[in-house]
Design a protein around this ligand. Structure first.
Ligand SMILES: [Zn+2]
Length: 410
């Protein structure tokens, strides 16, 4: 909103601001602002000043009875939200278009490769036919096939004789000449084949991985900028899988999830038991996500609905039976057993970073390297054999590379 009203104190400037002083409202110009600044250098005067063309959500801060959480929600919308998202989409689209060019390119390369191979094959077959005079042989066979049965036997005999002669001539001198020719043709064939370049797909594979990541990044950016409070924006699992997990939890709890907060990132907060416990102490409805350094980079985790307490030094039970372990790698869910609900999670920070289920269905020591998985003792797994397994980690120990913990607000 633009005005053409001039400031009462500074006629040379236009009114651009609105000042709130208790119930008093005044209009002012840039000069008024700089005068105010000079008077109240250390005071935060700007909280009560709005640009006339400010974004609507900024007005909310001047209304005294707006619910705090609602206010926070709207204040997270940034003035540049639209341009940020447009830019992010633009970048993503450019990436995709480049990728499209790369696809066209690799199709051309592959086509050329296949065509060269076919040409070599055809050429070799032609040479082979020439060497064994295949066409002549075929003509003889044709002659033989079309010969009338009633024809005199000596005509058939003549053809048979010619065919025999054909073989004899090829076999001359123990087929010395033919063997040499066949060897030469074979060598030429193989040499040609060696010199055809197999298209390099490594770069294409890298680009493909990059496209997947780029798409995930776009979704994260959209989630952040447009205030998707029900989105995890995990760097370990894709948005589609986190949506699946959230849907599962909603169903189990039969309740809506108001907000999802990331409360711990190993790479940000320190990948050790103490740092983790400092962040999760006293919290409930937590989603843990782990990525292992073991070959295959296994990804797994757990949703634990009951409250974790540092000073409990004991098992915490989940009476709601909504907790579960998941394996993203195997796309499997392992729900807490009814008979084991008192062993949902062990709260013993001195020994363990994460100890979910009896004997550690997910058992991770404070160094995030050591631990064990006794999957199936407290959380249902149909392949449980009453022993440790490498099913979740892809190795004997968890060997964690990254861990994320999210708190769900119900
Ligand atoms: Zn003024």
């Amino acid at each position: 909103m633009e005005t053409s009203i001039r400031c009462q104190q500074h006629q040379e400037f236009l009114v651009q601001y609105i000042f709130f002083q208790q119930k008093n409202i005044k209009f002012g110009c840039v000069e008024c602002i700089s005068e105010l600044q000079d008077e109240n250098q250390s005071v935060n005067i700007f909280k009560n000043i709005l640009l006339l063309h400010d974004r609507p959500q900024k007005l909310l801060s001047q209304i005294s009875n707006i619910d705090d959480q609602t206010l926070q929600f709207y204040s997270r919308f940034h003035k540049k939200t639209v341009s940020i998202i447009t830019q992010a989409f633009q970048n993503w689209e450019n990436n995709m278009r480049n990728f499209q060019k790369q696809i066209d390119n690799i199709i051309l390369q592959q086509k050329g490769f296949v065509e060269e191979l076919i040409a070599n094959y055809k050429n070799t077959m032609q040479q082979l036919s020439h060497e064994i005079k295949f066409e002549e042989f075929q003509n003889l066979i044709k002659e033989f096939g079309t010969a009338n049965e009633k024809l005199q036997n000596d005509v058939l005999d003549q053809i048979s004789h010619k065919i025999t002669q054909h073989f004899e001539s090829l076999d001359k001198n123990n087929a010395k000449q033919l063997n040499e020719s066949l060897k030469r043709i074979k060598q030429e064939y193989l040499k040609y084949q060696e010199n055809i370049n197999l298209p390099d797909v490594q770069e294409f594979q890298n680009s493909f991985q990059y496209m997947i990541k780029s798409t995930d990044d776009l979704h994260s950016q959209i989630g952040k900028s447009l205030n998707f409070v029900n989105q995890m924006n995990s760097a370990i699992i894709p948005n589609s899988y986190s949506k699946y997990l959230i849907g599962l939890i909603k169903n189990k709890l039969n309740q809506d999830i108001k907000q999802i907060k990331v409360i711990y990132l190993g790479s940000r907060d320190g990948l050790n038991g103490q740092s983790l416990w400092n962040k999760i102490d006293g919290k409930e409805h937590l989603i843990y996500i782990f990525k292992s350094k073991n070959p295959g980079n296994y990804v797994f985790g757990s949703y634990v609905s009951c409250k974790v307490k540092q000073d409990l030094n004991n098992w915490q039970s989940d009476e709601s039976l909504s907790s579960f372990i998941f394996s993203y790698t195997h796309n499997e869910i392992y729900p807490l057993k009814q008979s084991e609900r008192q062993h949902a999670i062990l709260c013993q920070p001195i020994s363990y970073a994460v100890w979910i289920g009896m004997s550690g269905n997910i058992g991770i020591c404070n160094d995030f390297i050591n631990g064990q998985s006794y999957l199936g003792s407290s959380y249902e797994w149909d392949k449980f054999e009453n022993k440790r397994s490498s099913h979740l980690f892809g190795g004997d120990t968890p060997n964690i590379e990254e861990c994320e913990v999210y708190e769900l607000q119900i």
